[in-house]
Design a protein around this ligand. Sequence first.
Ligand SMILES: Cc1cc2nc3c(=O)[nH]c(=O)nc-3n(C[C@H](O)[C@H](O)[C@H](O)COP(=O)(O)O)c2cc1C
Length: 387
Amino acid sequence: MAGQYGAYQNEIYLQGLGEQVPPFTTDPTRFEAAAREKLDDGPYGYVAGGAGSGATMRANRAAFDGWRIVPRMLTDATQRDLATTVLGTELPSPVLLAPVGVQSIVHPDGELATARAAAALGVPMVLSTASSNTIEDVAAANGAGTRWFQLYWPNDNEVTISILQRAKAAGFSTLVLTLDTWTLAWRPNDLDQAYLPFIRGIGTAIPFSDPAFRAKLAKSPEEDPTSAILQWIPMFTGTDHHWDQLPFLREHWDGPIVLKGIQHVDDARRAAEAGMDGIVVSNHGGRQVDGAVAALDVLPEIAAAVGDRLDVLFDSGVRTGADVLKALALGAKAVLLGRPYVYGLALGGEDGVRHAVRGILADLDLTLGLSGNRTLADLSPDTLRRM
Ligand SMILES: Cc1cc2nc3c(=O)[nH]c(=O)nc-3n(C[C@H](O)[C@H](O)[C@H](O)COP(=O)(O)O)c2cc1C
């Protein structure tokens, strides 16, 4: 394991001897600008945009800036190990790919490219209900990789059960239930362009290939896509659920369940009391509640309250290796990368996802060592100083 990820640096410099440079920048804070050049306005706005004024997105980034790493010296950090255990499974690194829907709007290979890159890197992927490819096709592309399935909870039990059964049969080990997006926020970037992928039939591969959903249609989605779209949209968005309904998912899913979108310590406690296996502390990358608290700002209190009862994961604003390190030091067991790998996909398909993720892992590995740490267990709030 030692130096495994950081070695990407050597690879890049060696390729430079043959006049080769990386496919796009190695600075993930510049991926968005690079993707802006490549993508049409609709897809770019959909990925980069957030709720309302964008205040939550800015807060997510500012929160990382509010913590600084205090490096330690002479700690014999030559050999490092980034492995961690999440939900009882050992992962080679503390990084997963967050569920991101409609990936075909940024690259024709969409989730299939992401699935292949994730498998090649040994990084788990979380497949969105709003995927532009079917559960089965993504599983085939992911092969022996570790994959989790993210549910936008339909208000139709037959369809929910059918989707869960398909995910299980296709080798998705963990269910991630996203709570924060039961209806879409006011998103000016998309509204100004009147651009919503779902209404255009993008991100509907999973219901359109679902036998329980198809059985409810007068005509198949191939014959009458508009009617199918209009039946699906109010089924998967617009209905909020309640804590009392969680046992239904337990009944129909026999693996671990993770609640994504937790931001209040009492909700985290409630997840633990409900017997959930994990939570993702997340504000959906600032796409839902404008003016919300930065996800990183609530991570320490949540990790302190429930970290001994369930696995606390984190996303929203993670861009660099240092960001990953900070989230781990503040109590996350692992982090989910969102926009950075999606921009990688936009910029280079499968290879772009690999470059984006390898770079962040290399940066994490080097930053871990250079700050005097050998394993993730060495990290704690003491690793950081609040500015
Ligand atoms: C374009 C886009 C689509 C997303 N789609 C989903 C989704 O289908 N399901 C989900 O749970 N989260 C979705 N998310 C949220 C991500 O899983 C994650 O929480 C977010 O990207 C983290 O913020 P960051 O990318 O700024 O770090 C989406 C995010 C983006 C940017």
